[in-house]
Design a protein around this ligand. Sequence first.
Ligand SMILES: CC(C)(COP(=O)(O)OP(=O)(O)OC[C@H]1O[C@@H](n2cnc3c(N)ncnc32)[C@H](O)[C@@H]1OP(=O)(O)O)[C@@H](O)C(=O)NCCC(=O)NCCS
Ligand SMILES: CC(=O)OP(=O)(O)O
Length: 326
Amino acid sequence: MSEFLDRMKACATADRKTIVLPEGEDPRTIAAAEKIVAEGLANLVILGDPETVKVEGVTVIDPKTSDRHEAYAEKFAELRKKKGVTLEQAREQMDDATYFGTMMVKMGDADGLVSGACHSTANTLRPALQILKTAPGTKLVSAFFIMCTDKPEYGENGTLLFADCGLNINPTADELSEIAIASAASWRTYMGSDPKVAMLSFSTKGSAKGDVPTKVQEATELAHQKAPELALDGDLQLDASLVPEVASLKAPGSTVAGHANVLVFPDLESGNIGYKLVQRFADAEAYGPILQGIAKPVNDLSRGCSADDIVGVVAITAVQAQMADK
Ligand SMILES: CC(C)(COP(=O)(O)OP(=O)(O)OC[C@H]1O[C@@H](n2cnc3c(N)ncnc32)[C@H](O)[C@@H]1OP(=O)(O)O)[C@@H](O)C(=O)NCCC(=O)NCCS
Ligand SMILES: CC(=O)OP(=O)(O)O
């Protein structure tokens, strides 16, 4: 297990938070719940059928028969009134475990939610975006992975942050600059060291032409304007971002090239493919998609996740819930 996850787990156990797992029908979620209870990482609520979901030390709730169903429906109808949602529609929506679980977080009956082992990212995150909305002072929610590799020469002792790998399909230059600034802040929060942000493209400092390098150059310029103190550079290719010898050839004088620990991908196509390549070929631990910029802790999983991945994301969510209390 990585040093990163060790640290998240130690932090989570020190002040146990309540995390809801809406996917009681998923065997990996059940296996993860058993580990989370054994390690004391969080108090868990699993949504599912209490007759079939049996994990000692865990509360199991069936959304359809819960005594909170009506209160959540009423609040959801109120929140979505301007979108034309009726109380009848809200009641139906609360039969859906992801919506019900997200309302638990909204109403303070849980501190955070982790889902996505058997639901798509869109269906996992839409309720959070609709109900919880963005954190104060934030325009855009985005999603990152913490990647823990056994390549100490890259990032910080092999650990890097990749964004956006889960949510924003084709961010504009302005959105990309927001993703970069938020990712730098997330790096500082979770790793405690200075971020070095590489704005990735297939071009280094204009070596190739095209819409993508142009967008990345614009995003880099906007990020510099918004956060001039940030160590951030682009456009950079992946090798120029990580390998000092390549950096000295392609981007001499850059303070980021060759030493990046935060990789910002130009779009979701490259971000999602990129994290899965590193996870599978390098056998890296991949924790995410972790949301940044959302008002309360809700995090996603890949449907390809393992029980241990779920344990890791729950530990991170519990740590986020602790931070939200401060
Ligand atoms: C998440 C996603 C479903 C949201 O888009 P959508 O379903 O079309 O829904 P909408 O665009 O109507 O957005 C729903 C709400 O979320 C808000 N929202 C959407 N994206 C947002 C973002 N990045 N930041 C903040 N708010 C956002 C919208 O403003 C809207 O709010 P409202 O309903 O109160 O007006 C969409 O961005 C998506 O499909 N992303 C890719 C997910 C994916 O497939 N990932 C690959 C695997 S990880
Ligand atoms: C994050 C991600 O890619 O999710 P999924 O594999 O479920 O599409």
